[in-house]
Design a protein around this ligand. Structure first.
Ligand code: NDP
Ligand code: GDR
Length: 324
């Protein structure tokens, strides 16, 4: 059998790097689409760069996606690219809509024209539940997004279903709850905290400034979650799946846990700044991943406690400290 070929958009992001590793290990030829920038941002894929085919392209530019699809004829496309930071979506709602919502249509339509047999994965999100109508949230929970990002992702989710229903495409959506790792962007709260903890432990900073400590999230490990993406595209039928741990923790607990891992009391170092509060907040997310467990055989393997400890250790190592 010939080698399977996968295209990943958002290859330079957290999930793109873990998914690329997984697919390479499975023997795929991996094409990574990245957008042009004046400085290279391949830090997350540096270690596998010589095994990847990297092609410039942008979700804002359908022509670039058609070109990549025609050149490499992938059998699977994973759409991980997005303006993914919720806070930024309040300041740049139109760009967020162009990329995170309409970008999905551009890619789906390019696939439809080049080869509608290509299997497609859309990176949907628990942010679509927003002001959740029920707890825990499953595939059947109604959406009530609370940010331009969440609204854009609802569009991306429904256009994926629409292309599935209209053109019979094998298009699936993973409704993934928050997932983190040492490769998480520094602006997201877990990494912001673990990086600050490492800096404080090493005497490089004195405090960390946060927003809403009461927000609760269902945090898992990104490496576990990309496995679910791949499993979705191996099914005979396309569908939508919630991927979550089923456990929730507050930002306050995150701080407690992260500071405790270097024997510090978080209350001495955390300050509140209203700049980090959002115009509308998602208060409580907790996912019910029973469908994925039953149909995909998927389960998370890394606990919240281990995840946070690993992230703190990685940040200490990054700042060149001896591991504790
Ligand atoms: P990141 O923010 O780490 O990565 C986003 C990627 O999208 C980057 O590679 C970025 O490129 C790329 N990108 C942004 N805009 C464009 C564009 N116009 N054209 C092409 N590429 C673009 O996100 P994650 O890896 O954490 O998340 C992956 C996907 O999953 C996203 O769609 C996110 O919204 C979604 N998601 C994430 C969850 C999480 O907890 N991590 C949970 C649920 C969904 P560049 O490096 O150049 O900025
Ligand atoms: P989220 O992640 O918005 O859930 O989106 P983020 O880590 O940004 O926020 C989580 C919660 O923490 C609160 N918070 C802070 N957040 C940030 N970033 N910085 C702070 O200083 C801070 N203080 C408190 C937030 O208010 C929020 O309630 C992530 C992204 O990866 C999305 O792309 C993805 O879809 C969802 O997870 C699931």
């Amino acid at each position: 059998m010939s080698q399977p070929v996968a295209l990943i958009t958002g290859i330079t992001g957290q999930d793109g790097s873990y998914l690329a590793e997984l697919l390479l290990d499975k023997g795929y030829t991996v094409i990574g689409m990245h957008r042009r920038s004046s400085t290279l941002n391949f830090e997350r894929i540096h270690h596998i760069q010589d095994r990847l085919i990297l092609e410039p392209g942008d979700l804002l530019d359908e022509v670039s996606m058609m070109r990549v699809l025609r050149s490499y004829r992938p059998t699977e496309v994973y759409n991980l690219a997005a303006q993914s930071f919720v806070q930024t979506s309040f300041g740049q709602p139109v760009l967020t809509g162009e990329t995170t919502a309409l970008g999905v249509t551009r890619l789906l339509d390019a696939i439809r024209m080049v080869d509608p047999q290509i299997r497609f994965y859309q990176a949907s999100t628990s942010e679509m539940f927003g002001k959740a109508q029920e707890v825990p949230q499953s595939e059947l929970t109604p959406f009530h997004p609370r940010s331009p990002y969440g609204v854009a992702k609802v569009y991306g989710h429904w256009i994926t279903i629409n292309y599935r229903e209209s053109y019979g495409m094998h298009a699936s959506s993973g409704i993934l709850f928050n997932h983190e790792s040492p490769r998480r962007g520094l602006e997201f709260v877990t990494r912001k905290v673990t990086h600050a903890v490492a800096q404080i432990a090493l005497g490089l900073a004195k405090k960390v400034t946060l927003g809403n400590l009461d927000a609760q999230r269902d945090w898992g490990f990104a490496g576990d979650y990309v496995r679910a993406m791949w499993l979705m595209l191996q099914q005979d039928e396309p569908s939508d799946y919630v991927i979550a741990t089923g456990e929730t923790h507050s930002v306050r607990e995150l701080c407690e846990r992260a500071f405790a891992s270097v024997d510090l009391d978080w209350e001495r170092y955390v300050e509140i700044d209203h700049r980090f509060m959002r115009p509308a907040e998602v208060d409580l997310l907790i996912g019910d991943a029973s469908k994925a467990r039953n149909l995909l055989g998927w389960a998370p393997m890394v606990s919240f406690e281990d995840l946070i400890e690993t992230m703190v250790k990685a940040d200490l190592a990054l700042l060149n400290a001896p591991l504790r």
